[in-house]
Design a protein around this ligand. Sequence first.
Ligand code: BGC
Length: 326
Amino acid sequence: MHNKHYLTTMRHGWKKKIVFCGSLVIFLLIILHPDMNVRGNYEYIEKDVIVHNLHEETAANFTSSAVLNCDYRDVIFDDTTLSLSLADGDLIENHKIKEGGEYAPSDCKPKFSTAIIVPYRDIAEQLRGFLVYMHMFLHRQCIHYRIYVVEQMDSRPFNRAKLLNIGAVAAMKAGYPCLVLHDVDLLPLRPSNLYACTKSPRHMSSSINKFRFVIPYLNLFDGAVAIISKQFKAVNGMSNEFFGWAGEDDDLYARLEAEGLKPCRFEPSTSRYHKVTQESQFRRDRGQKSVKYSKDKISVDGLNTLKYTEVATVLHPLFTHIMVDL
Ligand code: BGC
């Protein structure tokens, strides 16, 4: 009798353990599955209405001899995923790129001119891969663009935001109406992620391998963002005071909010990026966040207080290289 009771309790205990382990395995399979990102975990602009949300404008001095306007529906609905190995190869058709890394399609008239601004220091091999990959990626999008690489030459901690301000000033001077602020270690995987500005500032890299393709928090404005030049000016650009790692992107988000500009996104499967380095080398100067972001500082810290020394600006075949001391 005693034995029978003991055996039943044992069996019950095992059943519980099996059910628990089974549930745990199913739970882990669900949350670790890469396709989890396909579930929308934030609000986004549906593909069907993206065209109506784009800011159509080309650079003031840009002309195209093409007769027909480019059509962007094919780009938006392109379901290709590019191979990362493109970054290790050579650029095909680079003769079409003008010195300084400027390109425009010749068979149709583009509706967008975008300046891609890349803060940078030191790692030439990574920059090479980025440039080769980006030109191949962007050629599929029928836009007019130019890539600016802004290199910090001094040995102070890296200041991503200030370098972005410097690139933005150069791009705006050249008449670019749309800025894409872009990390060098981030590669966009989906050509459907159009490098043109939306009417609201856009967080483009909301689905990154580093975060297992799930956005870590909704106000994240890191990696790659697109913003109309006039909007960037309206918030006085970014703060110049963030030396070292982190916070400068959160500060830009706070500035946009203060100006009543609510950032938008495309769907997660369109916004997929591959981060080449797990921890950005350019943000490795860790430490305490020395600056608190504050809406009150917008008018006294930004484009209107930007001071730096331009060491040189060189037009390379694939990019405009602005070298600065901060
Ligand atoms: C930092 C941001 C950074 C984000 C993701 C936040 O804690 O403040 O600057 O982009 O983490 O790494």
